[in-house]
Design a protein around this ligand. Structure first.
Ligand SMILES: NC(=O)c1ccc[n+]([C@@H]2O[C@H](COP(=O)([O-])OP(=O)(O)OC[C@H]3O[C@@H](n4cnc5c(N)ncnc54)[C@H](OP(=O)(O)O)[C@@H]3O)[C@@H](O)[C@H]2O)c1
Length: 317
């Protein structure tokens, strides 16, 4: 019997698969994009079962549940592209998966939600994630939800995107939205630890766990730590969110690997800080800070890599 991980080629997904394999667990890795899967999971190909699947294709999901004891659901899109809307993928996709799990009797379900997501949030992204979690919570499943703040690590999108922009800007850098937005960056290893421990801990059933790092940082502090990790410095100049809206609209409509869209830009208004950090209070862990050796990976972002990502949406391995 195996654990089904959805979004298994994604950032949280492939790191979860790796940890489960290291624990000796059997894994069925559901991926959508075979090329990305072979980049991210190649070394595990003989140790796991890789299956292709799309959460928006409801009828294809029940066969993926056979011989499965638990599901870790990581699929979500932070940016809409074409037919892939927040409602279709994040909300309806979760409904499709939950319904298939119930129908096939796979009762244990870990939902990777998002700090701050609520069913009535003004942000369409956080609303889709909040409605998805609401559906999970009212299902018959033995569910657990983790709700991380912004996650950092080698393959992250958020911190790497800032770092890639830094690599393209000599001397000065826009202090995004005035730099006042707040985050509680949490390391991927800590998030994965909470996920895999939850799978083995019946005490987590029916609970939602907010996950954060040890520090609340403003975006300006994050920008400065990124400069330091990259061994560089920039003079910050104020770039209010209102002024960034037009360049962001142009980027999101022209670049395949645009670092941000207007929906994510408006989220700068919302503090991404956890109320109770379950990594500390429930899992009794010492979360890793967004500093020192934990962020040296940001040096990987050269101008060449930044341009390749923007123009081809290349996968970070
Ligand atoms: N990263 C963060 O900072 C953060 C913070 C809090 C919560 N979260 C949550 O953590 C989860 C994982 O995020 P992540 O950062 O790992 O994102 P990610 O790297 O983009 O991974 C998501 C995966 O879902 C796949 N996917 C997208 N649409 C799909 C569909 N219709 N059917 C099947 N698979 C589909 C993607 O496949 P493709 O690669 O083919 O597009 C991708 O591999 C999400 O639920 C997110 O809301 C993330």
């Amino acid at each position: 019997m195996a654990i089904l991980v959805t979004g298994a080629a994604g950032f949280v997904g492939n790191n979860t698969v790796r940890r489960l394999v290291a624990q000796g667990k059997q894994v069925r890795a559901m991926v959508r994009n075979a090329d990305k899967a072979s980049l991210r999971l190649k070394d595990l190909e003989n140790k796991i079962e890789i299956v292709s699947g799309d959460v928006t294709e409801r009828s294809t999901l029940p066969p993926l549940m056979r011989d499965i004891t638990a599901i870790v659901h990581t699929v979500a899109i932070p940016m809409e592209r074409g037919d892939a809307t927040y409602d279709e993928v994040n909300y309806q996709g979760t409904i499709n998966l939950v319904d298939a799990a119930e129908a096939e009797g796979v009762m244990r379900f870990i939902n990777v939600s998002q700090n701050g997501a609520t069913p009535d949030h003004f942000s369409r992204f956080l609303r889709s994630k909040g409605r998805a979690q609401e559906y999970v919570a009212t299902s018959k499943l033995q569910w657990t939800a983790v709700r991380p703040s912004a996650i950092f690590g080698q393959q992250d999108e958020f911190f790497n995107s800032i770092s890639r922009l830094v690599s393209l800007t000599p001397l000065i850098f826009p202090n995004i939205g005035g730099g006042k937005a707040t985050f509680q960056p949490v390391h991927i290893d800590d998030v994965v630890e909470a996920i895999v421990r939850s799978l083995d801990d019946a005490g987590t059933i029916g609970k939602e766990f907010e996950l954060g790092g040890p520090e609340v940082l403003t975006l300006e502090e994050i920008e400065k730590r990124i400069f330091k990790a990259m061994g560089t410095s920039r003079a910050l100049f104020p770039a209010p969110a209102g002024l960034l809206k037009l360049p962001v609209i142009i980027m999101q409509s022209t670049l395949p690997g645009a670092p941000v869209n207007t929906t994510l830009l408006e989220l700068l208004k919302v503090p991404n800080v956890v109320k109770e950090n379950a990594l500390v209070t429930y899992f009794k862990m010492t979360p890793k800070p967004f500093s020192g050796d934990n962020i040296t990976y940001l040096k990987q972002n050269t101008p060449g890599i930044a341009l390749k990502k923007m123009f081809t949406n290349a996968t970070v391995t």
